[in-house]
Write a protein that binds this ligand. Structure first.
Ligand code: MG
Length: 260
């Protein structure tokens, strides 16, 4: 069984416009071949549900940088309300740790907890309704650093408190002892137990994708200004020639169409 695991922002969705129409051909090919597409994002469950609906996807998904893996009803034997595998640390603990680390390091930060829905909409260039879904955070706090020269002491102070940080396309993130790879691993184990061996393709564009890209059989690095950093971390990754959904389309057509 083949499985595709994909980041959203800057990968399947355009970094600036969130458009994905350029990936329609490849999305249709996956559906036609019955290949599951697992979205694996730093977005919240509420946001990801909306994107899945728009793209007409039914498969399990990973939210908030691996804070939870969600199996919808009817997928992988999940019944009733489905299954939620929680790997993350509760949001209030993350917000408190970020504030304490900010004070201790003298590095000012602003995160989603500090921002109104209107402010999130402005920073992320998204409509208010979507920003409201983005604020419904459970296991990951995105933030910006206001004192760039104090960033290193801040990251160290966060680490000293037992929390992790990672970077997506727009924000730093503070999270618990989880990452995208651990959550993907849990879902793959369920697929393996029901369907036997799986062959995996993973697509991403950010440093928060490195762990799961290293884990899959065929990593795909979506071109962006950061692609050389990503290539250094995942040297065997296939680098797309185009960015965002156009690059996604290109890679899937190339990797899936050539195999029966
Ligand atoms: Mg991304």
């Amino acid at each position: 069984m083949r499985i595709v695991i994909s980041d959203l922002d800057g990968t399947l969705l355009d970094h600036d416009t969130y458009a994905w129409s350029e990936a329609v051909q490849a999305l249709d090919l996956l559906k036609k071949k019955g290949i599951p597409l697992i979205l694996c994002t730093s977005k919240t469950a509420a946001e990801t549900r909306e994107w899945r609906q728009q793209m007409d996807l039914v498969h399990p998904y990973v939210v908030e940088n691996g804070g939870a893996a969600i199996v919808p009803p009817g997928q992988l034997g999940a019944s009733g309300d489905g299954q939620q595998i929680v790997l993350g640390t509760p949001y209030p603990q993350l917000v408190a740790a970020l504030r304490a680390a900010s004070l201790e390091s003298g590095c000012r930060v602003e995160g989603f907890a500090d921002w109104s829905v209107e402010r999130i909409a402005e920073v992320c260039q998204m409509p208010l309704e979507r920003a409201a879904l983005a604020k419904q955070r459970e296991y990951d706090e995105p933030f910006v650093v206001l004192d760039a020269e104090r960033e290193r002491p801040l990251i160290q102070a966060i680490g000293a408190r037992g929390f992790r940080t990672t970077r997506g396309g727009r924000f730093h993130h503070i999270l618990g002892e989880n990452d995208k790879a651990a959550a993907v691993q849990r879902l793959l184990a369920l697929y393996q137990s029901q369907h036997g061996p799986v062959e995996t393709i993973g697509l991403g564009d950010g440093l928060n994708d490195v762990e799961f890209l290293r884990m899959v059989d065929q990593p795909v690095l979506i071109r962006s200004a950061r692609v050389e950093t990503l290539r250094a971390a995942v040297p065997h990754g296939l680098v797309t020639s185009q960015s965002g959904p156009a690059g996604w389309n290109e890679a899937i057509l190339q990797l899936v169409a050539i195999s029966a």
